[in-house]
Each structure stands twice: as C-alpha cells, then as structure tokens.
Design a protein around this ligand. Structure first.
Ligand SMILES: Cc1cc2nc3c(=O)[nH]c(=O)nc-3n(C[C@H](O)[C@H](O)[C@H](O)COP(=O)(O)OP(=O)(O)OC[C@H]3O[C@@H](n4cnc5c(N)ncnc54)[C@H](O)[C@@H]3O)c2cc1C
Length: 468
C-alpha cells in the first residue's frame, strides 16, 4: 500500500517474472528509478523458454490468450510481427482412447464404449435428482464436480486427474479451483452446446490463442530490454535474504546475495509465503502462521528430443490415467515451427512436492516419459535422442480447504504495510494466467503512483478466468 500522494522516487521490484517486469516497465515509463532483483540468470519466471542448441521449449505449454484487447496490444507492441495465431488443439487420453478437449457430446458418444456413456448419463441424472431432494454442499472440489458432471465422469476423469495434479484427495481441495479453472460446462451444458451450438452460455473456451515465434520467454525478454532502455536495471542472480525498514526515511533495506540496496517502496512478485518470511517482524505473528499454511505444487518437466517429426497435431494432451506418472504432455513444434530444427520434441509434466523423490531426481522420469510416449503411440523408443529436465518449485498455488481465509489474512496484513505492494501469481497466491500477471504488475506500479489498488482491480468474478 502506498503512502497517499507521495510518489516514490526509487522502487525495488522483487522478481523478474511477467508481473515484476510489467511493474518495473510501468514505473520506469513514469520516470521512477527502478531496480529489479531476480534469483535466476534470466527474466520470465514461469513464462520462460529453455534453449539448448537447435531446440527450445517452454516451462510447460504456454499460450497467450486474453479477453482484454489492451493486453493483446501490449504484447503485440513488445513483439511486432512475431505473434503467431494458433487454432487450439488439445485432447484427453482416457480409457485407452483420445477424446477432444473441450469435450463434445458427439465425440464422447462416438469414442466411449456405449455402456460407459449410458452409465455416465444415468449417474448424472441420479445426481440431479439427489440434489433436488438433498441440496448438496459445494465447498470442496469433489462435490462441485460430481454435482455438475455426475460421479461416473468424476471417477474416470476429474478425480484421477486432480489427484495426480495436486497430490491431494479432491475432497481436500477447495471448490474455488474448480470454479476458476473448469470452464467446460457441466454435462447438461455439454449436451446443450452440442444440440444448440449458438445458444451456449458457457464461459470462454479458448479456441484460438497467440504465441510468439521463438518461445513464450520472448515476452519477458522484450520487456526486460525495454526496462533497461527506459533506465531501469535488472540484477540477475540476486536472491533476497532479508527486508528491513530504513530508519527515519521510511522505505526499505534489501539484503540480497549481491549486497544491500535501499528504496522508498517495493513491489513484490515473489511467492507471498517467502515475502512474509523475508519481512520478518515487519508483519505480526498470526500472518506468519497463516502464510506457513499456504503451499505450492512443484513441477518437473522432462523434454524428449526425437529424431522424427510427430504426427500428433495437439498442443497438449491431458493424461489422467494413474498408470502414467506424468499428467500432461505438450508438443513445442505445434506451437512454434522453429522449436526444433530437426526432428521434434515432447515435453512431459510431472507435478510433485518440492523435495520429494520426483523433485530430487530419485525417479527415472526420462524412462517413464519414453515408456509412456511409446505406450501412447506417439513415437518409438528408437526415435529418442536425448532428454532434458527443468523444474519449477512454485508452479501452482494449492487451493486446499481453508486457503481463502489464510490468503485473506496474509494479503490484508500486506495491504496495511506502507510502501509495499504485492502482485502476480505468486505474490497474490492466485492461480492466474500471463495476461493477469502483466496487468497485476502494471496495477501494482500504479498503486505506488497513487492510481488505484491492485486488490480492488483484481476482485475477479469467475468470468475473468480462461480454461486450462
Ligand atoms: C505448466 C504451466 C503452464 C502454464 N500455461 C499458461 C498458459 O498457457 N497461458 C497463460 O496465460 N499462463 C499460463 N501459465 C501461468 C503463467 O506462467 C503465470 O501466470 C505467469 O507466468 C506468472 O508470472 P508472475 O510474474 O506472476 O510469477 P513468476 O513467473 O513465478 O515470477 C516470480 C519471479 O520471482 C523470482 N523469485 C522467486 N524467489 C525469489 C527470491 N527469493 N529472490 C529473487 N527472485 C525470486 C522467480 O525466479 C521468478 O522469476 C502456466 C503456468 C504453468 C506452471
């Protein structure tokens, strides 16, 4: 929260992901001296592209989609002539078959064994009748989904996928996650959308998206360049250690591994849990307790380089079945024709807990990916040239039951901290997209400039979200 009417002359921005960069860009644009501290040796955070020789792939499949024309213009202006427009193609692998995603009734009926389709529809109808007799609670993910899709579809798809993605029983996840991320209409909605395509009232199911030639990391790269052109500085390999108050003048002192730095104000885009720890006794004990109950899901990516071009045209494929350890795979060459100079790549995503056996590399994920890819019919073992691994410790904020109250405790306390604004996916503990992080960063800068509050601008309704 900024001090009313006082414009800071020097601001430190924590994190050079899209939120931090957008904040720094906006501050530098209005003449504020800005310094960004970033732990890694490159900008981009989660929206990073990993390059190795003639190959590149993103830290998980990233498509740029926004419902706000000004945010599309923002990225277009950063990368003139570089944005490809793509027709989304994604599928789900279920029961040994591929189904279109978002689901379409005709496709389900054509591919699903008839007894399964009948069971699905009966279970859905049973659920509707039950919910008239005893209206169910909807606080957790499982009841939210069962109510809209029936128990059978939950058991085949939503339940196993969710368990794999989050490592938690779905009944322990808040229904907020479902409400924000499942934009597929319930079973009745899928039937309605199939029979009366023009009349569907469902939220945005993203049909087309944009993607920068050269990888998603180019957005961050271009922003970083513009910040430096505007006089800002980005200090890479700077890991924050501690934040204290500057005596008398207000503002903060930042201790990072590269030394000390001071500023009148701070924009945070680091995980809010880490930010609270860095602030130490600048925030009260109950806030530390609430923050320590917030958790992130980590992600390990395994990229396989192949000697042949793949036939599959999908951008990504969801793989809920428990017999595959990974939960999704993506094909970078279908986003960007230049992603692999020769052959192709497939990137497998395995979510985990930071420090567990997957994270620590005690499981042979490359072998699991090869074996899985072969079983899915994507390639043969002999096509695999090499594998590469990448990790993200804070890939997903976990919306466990009780997360909303904890997040509110933490964010309310941070709101009360003068000269500090927190933003971004990590800084607000929000499962949001790139366009949201860009906008949050700009709003955070404007909050320091006395032009509104981030949390007011981001009191979102479910319509704000796009599907995953
Ligand atoms: C697998 C996956 C797929 C996704 N797909 C899409 C998609 O298709 N479309 C879409 O719009 N969005 C997608 N997203 C979401 C998108 O990546 C994020 O919303 C966005 O990139 C978050 O930006 P941010 O700046 O808020 O956070 P981050 O990108 O997490 O930035 C935080 C920065 O802080 C730095 N940092 C952390 N700790 C420290 C420290 N102690 N000291 C210094 N620096 C530190 C980090 O290195 C990082 O650079 C996806 C996310 C994932 C994980």
């Amino acid at each position: 929260m900024s001090t009313e009417g006082l414009r800071p002359s020097r601001v430190v921005v924590l994190g050079a992901g899209l939120a931090g960069l957008a904040a720094a860009d906006r501050l530098a644009e209005s003449g504020v001296e800005v310094r960004v501290l970033e732990r890694e040796d490159h900008p981009g955070g989660l929206a990073t592209t990993i390059r190795e020789g003639a190959f590149h792939f993103d830290l998980g499949p990233h498509r740029y989609y926004t419902s706000r024309p000004e945010l599309l213009r923002f990225v277009r202006n950063l990368l003139p002539g570089s944005l490809l427009e793509k027709e989304r193609l994604s599928r789900i692998r279920l029961l040994g078959r591929y189904f279109r995603y978002p689901p379409a009734l005709g496709d389900i009926l054509r591919r699903m064994p008839p007894h399964r389709s009948a069971a699905m529809i009966l279970s859905y109808l049973g659920e509707r009748i039950r919910s008239v007799v005893t209206p169910p609670g909807e606080a957790d993910f499982e009841s939210w989904v069962v109510r809209r899709f029936g128990r059978r579809l939950y058991e085949i798809y939503f339940g196993p996928y969710t368990k794999k993605l989050w490592g938690l029983p779905p009944a322990e996840l808040s229904a907020d996650w479902a409400g924000q991320r499942i934009t597929v209409p319930g079973l009745a909605g899928i039937i309605r959308a199939t029979l009366f395509p023009g009349r569907s009232k469902s939220r945005t199911l993203v049909g087309t998206f944009h993607y920068p030639r050269g990888g998603i990391g180019r957005i961050a790269g271009a922003l970083a360049e513009r910040i430096e052109n505007r006089g800002g500085r980005i200090q890479y390999r700077s890991e924050l250690r501690r934040i204290t108050r500057r005596v008398e003048k207000g503002g903060f002192l930042f201790s990072a591994n590269g030394g000390q730095l001071e500023a009148d104000a701070v924009v945070n885009s680091l995980p809010v849990t880490d930010y609270v720890q860095l602030l130490g006794d600048l925030v009260p004990e109950p806030v530390h307790r609430a923050a320590s109950g917030l958790r992130f899901r980590a992600l390990v990516l395994t990229a396989l380089r192949l000697s042949k071009r793949l036939e599959a045209r999908d951008h990504w494929i969801y793989v809920p079945e428990a017999s595959f350890r990974f939960n999704r795979l993506s094909i970078p060459g279908n986003f960007d024709p230049d992603a692999s100079e020769h052959g192709s790549q497939v990137v497998f995503e395995t979510t985990c807990r930071e420090g567990d056996e997957v994270w620590a590399g005690r499981r042979d994920l490359a072998e699991e990916a090869v074996e899985g890819g072969v079983r899915l019919g994507l390639f043969e073992r002999g096509h695999v040239l090499e594998s590469l691994t990448a990790r993200a410790a804070h890939a997903y904020p976990i919306y466990g039951c009780g997360y909303a109250a904890r997040t509110a405790t933490v964010l309310d306390a941070l709101d009360a901290l003068e000269d500090s604004v927190t933003c971004g996916r990590q800084g607000l503990f929000r499962y949001n997209n790139m366009d949201h992080s860009l906008e949050m960063g700009r709003c955070a800068a404007e909050e320091l400039l006395g032009m509104g509050r981030v949390r007011d601008r981001f009191a979102w309704t479910s319509d704000t979200w796009a599907d995953g």
